[in-house]
Write a protein of this length. Structure first.
Length: 248
């Protein structure tokens, strides 16, 4: 089963496994899960990325969230990084090798790693099966995104059904950002954790495709790649909306 709305399961005695890359979207998803579930574990993937900034950011974000939000720290459980380097090696994309980021012949950006999210969800479900966790939380979004087909709600719903059949237990995939713009994702972070969570997202999370950490008002990155453009655009729109609301 897959849910793609902003509001998800509430209630006691629940557990969730967050697909946590250390980026803006997965940081918002981690906070979203910590606000709703009694036990929240995280999983990341080393799939042969062309840089290690993303993997380092995971540790920094988790540590600062635990330090800043004591109630969330009580719910934050284990983290695991799954080695999928072999998968990255066969994909040969701009995220796994030094090549130009552009629109390819297929009409998709060369940053598209074929089936990456399906692979991530499959590995996470297998880990959840061992840990006794049936709910996965992931940051896929089909609103402000690069057009990746494995980010779409239909793909996630189909994957949840296949995993539920293959594991012989219901697998629920929560995608709280599916229909949010990047501006709304910034607003969600503010709603969940106030200025502190926004600050953590700006200072510690990492989304840049090139792995650069140049400081900007919206966070660290190259400022040139599509991921940085989306993040910066969302920040500017959110700040403009916030200023407009304050002046009303």
């Amino acid at each position: 089963m897959s849910r793609t709305g902003q509001n998800g399961a509430q209630g006691g005695g629940t557990a969730a496994l967050v697909l946590f890359s250390g980026g803006q979207d997965s940081t918002a998803c981690l906070a979203w899960a910590l606000d709703r579930y009694d036990r929240v574990e995280t999983v990341g993937f080393d799939y042969g990325q062309r840089h290690a900034a993303e993997l380092k950011a995971r540790e920094a974000v988790r540590a600062r969230i635990a330090e800043t939000f004591p109630e969330w720290a009580k719910r934050l459980g284990r983290d695991e990084t799954v080695d999928l380097k072999g998968y990255g090696a066969i994909s040969e994309t701009a995220l796994t090798r030094e090549t130009r980021i552009e629109i390819g012949e297929s009409g998709l950006p060369t940053t598209f790693v074929p089936g990456r999210n399906i692979m991530f969800l499959t590995a996470a479900a297998a880990l959840g099966w061992r840990r006794g966790v049936q709910t996965l939380v992931a940051g896929m979004c089909e609103t402000d995104f690069s057009g990746y087909p494995d980010c779409r709600a239909d793909t996630i719903a189909a994957t949840a059904k296949a995993l539920s059949l293959g594991l012989d237990r219901e697998i629920l995939i929560e995608t709280p950002l599916m229909y949010l713009t990047k501006a709304q994702t910034w607003a969600l972070a503010q709603e969940l954790g106030g200025d502190e969570l926004v600050r953590i997202t700006v200072e510690d999370s990492h989304t840049c495709y090139l792995g650069e950490r140049h400081p900007h008002p919206w966070g660290a990155g190259c400022g040139r790649c599509p991921a940085c453009h989306l993040r910066a655009k969302g920040w500017q729109e959110w700040r403009a909306e916030t200023a407009s609301g304050a002046g009303a």
